[in-house]
Design a protein around this ligand. Structure first.
Ligand code: DGL
Length: 287
């Protein structure tokens, strides 16, 4: 520990432990943003692939499942901060988690409606999410509070998160199916058309090159990862951690898959590229 000159605040000189959580590999899009800002931190990435996809779960089931994972993983990893890198979970479970662990900061991932509505010129935006996120009061409140001046198409896709997951496992994916899933995001009316599409599921940026290629016209696809990374950095500084050292050598982090399945093929490379190595999941997390 150091004392910051002229301040009474104590600066923690150790690296923070950052727990990043999603239902699958989508949270890696958020993880990558955070790791770019704070490469030297200690990372634990948890994917609840035993239960994936979250988008189809009933709310009470999802709340109980995330609580169970957090009980186990917080006890094991002792994180300084937890990032819920999943819109489907964040739009529902954050109040419960913050009440259960009042001393741990939780940073969520929620649909980036506000920046899209601010930046849109046509005032026609779309929010592409899972059926769970589309159904949440939280999402509807965001639209009411920040996008009242816009026409908003709220598009729930059952298929895109599983397609993104398959793609990351090296499977062949079907352009026609992706085009069908994103089509309702593109709306034309009275000479105006959609100009911003919010990627409100962390799996979707994994398919960004496909979206850009298959879009009927160019739009801005809004990926919240950089904003979340900045928020994480801010919260860590407030908690007393030293400013990020962007040039730090990345440490080897842990990737935990609740299914217990061993990563193979392209997934191993994907983890390696992100300085993550698979660690076995606690057996209590297998449903
Ligand atoms: N990646 C998740 C999200 O941001 C959800 C995918 C799923 O499990 O349905 O919403």
């Amino acid at each position: 520990m150091l004392r910051r000159a002229g301040y009474s605040q104590i600066i923690l000189t150790r690296e923070p432990v950052i727990l990043v959580f999603d239902s699958g590999l989508g949270g890696l899009t958020v993880f990558a943003g955070i790791a770019r800002l704070r490469p030297g931190a200690d990372y634990v990435y948890v994917a609840d692939d035993a239960v994936f996809p979250y988008g189809r779960l009933e709310e009470h089931v999802l709340i109980a499942r995330v609580r169970k994972i957090m009980e186990t993983m917080i006890a094991q990893a002792q994180p300084d901060i937890v990032v819920i890198a999943c819109n489907t979970a964040s739009t529902l479970v954050l109040p419960d988690l913050r009440a259960a662990w009042p001393k741990i900061p939780f940073v969520g991932t929620v649909p980036a409606v506000k920046p899209a509505a601010l930046q849109s010129r046509s005032h026609m935006i779309s929010v592409l999410a899972t059926p769970g996120t589309v159904a949440r009061d939280y999402t509807r409140d965001l639209i009411r509070d920040y996008a009242a001046h816009c026409e908003v198409a709220l598009v729930g896709s059952r298929r895109l998160a599983p397609i993104a997951e398959a793609f990351m496992h090296g499977q062949v994916i079907d352009d026609a199916e992706i085009a069908r899933e994103i089509a309702p995001c593109f709306v034309e009316a009275q000479g105006r058309r959609t100009d911003h599409v919010v990627l409100a599921c962390t799996h979707y940026p994994l398919l960004l090159p496909h979206f850009e290629r298959l879009a009927p016209w160019p739009v801005e696809f809004v990926d919240p990862a950089p904003a979340i990374a900045r928020r994480v950095d801010h919260v860590l500084r407030e908690a007393g951690f030293a400013p990020a050292d962007h040039s730090a050598t990345p440490r080897l982090g842990a990737a935990v898959f609740t299914s217990g399945r061993e990563a193979e093929g392209p997934l191993v490379r994907l983890l390696q590229e992100r300085s993550l190595v698979q660690r076995s999941a606690p057996s209590t997390l297998m449903p």
